[in-house]
Design a protein around this ligand. Structure first.
Ligand SMILES: Nc1ncnc2c1ncn2[C@@H]1O[C@H](COP(=O)(O)OP(=O)(O)OP(=O)(O)O)[C@@H](O)[C@H]1O
Ligand SMILES: [Mg+2]
Length: 455
């Protein structure tokens, strides 16, 4: 046995085994279980479910379902056994399957046969290219948490995988779980393993955010796992950039973040929040959110309009700069800089959050770059929203931790995302499919972004 990856993250554990030949190739394989029909891994009752079906494995890997099932917590792990096959044998087997399907297609002209032929041809090309054929064998591990009935877990996973022609062969009888011999599939080791690795990376990426103090910004797009935006960790605060075309939800997400800052997730912390709004939307959203707030003040003068709110552990000042000249805006930025400096001296146990909507409209001064550079060690977390990544300078980008990326099909926008955000290029395509309120979240520790529904 050669374990390639064995890792544990909260209740998620992943086991990926390579080059392991199952020692029992009899028609029925069995596994000894305890009296509850599960085997224990780190004290967790675990039920292995073998998935089979000609196309099932390929389809669920292709659709990214392994990653999302792990992220959602529907499965808590998997065992993948990549059994090597001789190249000649693999080619023979694939070619004979293709011929049989071609005969069927000739006779019935069914799309599903055509699709299967294309898929097998693709497998054949990959095997010839990589010379690494395998017969993959996968067990999904269901974990019974809080006495969830096993039948319920099984039904749940069966219904999720139903559209992919997956079959489950699972019988739990006399404390033995038996798997029926399934029809094997052949594929290239490199192709399958790369795809699964990408999905596993997303699981680890998401799990790491739980090590930070942060707030929930929504759920995974194709699941229901909470997505955390980290704000402060052991190394200091994190800055966040929000990019997206008009109307996609930038101001909304800032308002949501601000309104949740006194949530229990951030425990005992005190917040001083300064929101800068050159356009008016953020001011309106916050004004609506805090509409019935008792301790609120509105201050108007020729320079700006200011809304101040005090909550239990939160003080919020919103500057509406609409209509003020560049000189006035510069003066306000200086006031903000001084306020942040003095706050640091008076309250060193506070987190200051500076949120700037439509950051491209703010006059370019050194103040912002200075705050970004020095802020991390001074409990200052900066949030910047803008339409194009290129609106912000390289110095700004080099100090940004989290990036929330909204969707657009614009080539120019996608090119900016590629250039500035460092996300893995294979996710660029996903950006063009995002709807309003949906985004990719790139954490500072990974180029693999998480797809999130902002709630
Ligand atoms: N998470 C969300 N879920 C559902 N609808 C949303 C969400 N976020 C925004 N919207 C809808 O989209 C509209 C525009 O949102 P918002 O003003 O936040 O976009 P924006 O990106 O800031 O746009 P602009 O660049 O014009 O300022 C909102 O009025 C709301 O109806
Ligand atoms: Mg806006």
């Amino acid at each position: 046995m050669e374990p390639v990856l064995l890792a544990g993250v909260a209740s998620v554990f992943l086991v990926l085994l390579s080059k392991v030949i199952p020692n029992n190739l009899s028609r029925r394989r069995t596994l000894a279980l305890d009296k509850y029909c599960c085997f224990k891994v780190a004290g967790i009752c675990t039920i292995p479910v073998e998935i089979s079906g000609n196309e099932c494995l390929f389809k669920i890997v292709e659709k990214g379902l392994i990653g999302s099932l792990l992220i959602e917590g529907s499965i808590c792990g998997l065992i993948l056994v990549n059994k090597p096959v001789k190249t000649k044998k693999a080619i023979r087997k694939l070619e004979s399957s293709i011929i049989s399907l071609e005969v069927l297609y000739e006779r019935y002209k069914m799309d599903k046969h055509k699709h299967q032929i294309d898929q097998l041809r693709h497998q054949l090309t990959e095997i010839l290219r990589n010379n690494d054929p395998i017969e993959p064998y996968m067990l999904l591990l269901l974990c019974a948490k809080n006495d969830t009935p096993i039948d319920y877990l099984l039904r749940n996973i069966e219904s999720r995988l139903e559209p992919y022609n997956c079959r489950f062969s699972l019988e739990c009888d006399n404390q033995r779980l038996s798997f029926r011999q399934r029809k094997s599939v052949i594929t290239s080791n490199r192709v399958l393993t790369n795809k699964i690795h990408t999905q596993l990376r997303q699981v680890f990426t998401l799990s790491r955010a739980y090590m930070y103090s942060g707030i929930s910004i929504g759920t995974t797009l194709r699941g229901s796992r909470q997505v955390i935006l980290p704000i402060i960790g052991r190394e200091g605060t994190l800055h966040t950039c929000i990019v997206g075309p008009t109307g996609k939800g930038k101001s909304t997400v800032i308002a949501k973040i601000i309104s949740r800052l006194n949530s229990r997730d951030l425990g005992y912390m005190n917040f001083f929040i300064i929101a800068v709004d050159p356009k008016g939307d953020l001011f309106t959203y916050l004004d609506q959110l805090y509409g019935n707030f008792e301790k609120r003040m509105i201050h108007d003068d020729s320079m700006y309009r200011e809304l101040t709110l005090m909550e239990e552990n939160k003080e919020l000042v919103v500057y509406l700069l609409k209509g003020s000249s560049e000189d006035k805006q510069k003066t306000i930025l200086e006031i903000i800089e001084n306020t942040i400096e003095s706050t640091k001296i008076v309250h060193n146990n506070r987190i200051t959050l500076l949120a700037i909507d439509e950051a491209w409209m703010i006059p370019r001064t050194k103040i912002l770059e200075k705050l970004l550079r020095e802020g991390r060690s001074r409990n200052l977390s900066v949030f910047l929203a803008s339409q194009y990544p290129g609106d912000l300078s390289d110095i700004v980008w080099s100090n940004i931790g989290n990036i929330i990326i909204f969707g657009s099909r614009s080539k120019k926008y996608l090119e900016h995302i590629r250039r500035y955000t460092g996300i893995d290029e294979k996710f660029l395509d996903e950006i063009s499919k995002l709807e309003t309120g949906e985004a990719l979240l790139r954490y500072p520790w990974s180029s693999t972004p998480i797809m999130v529904r902002i709630l």
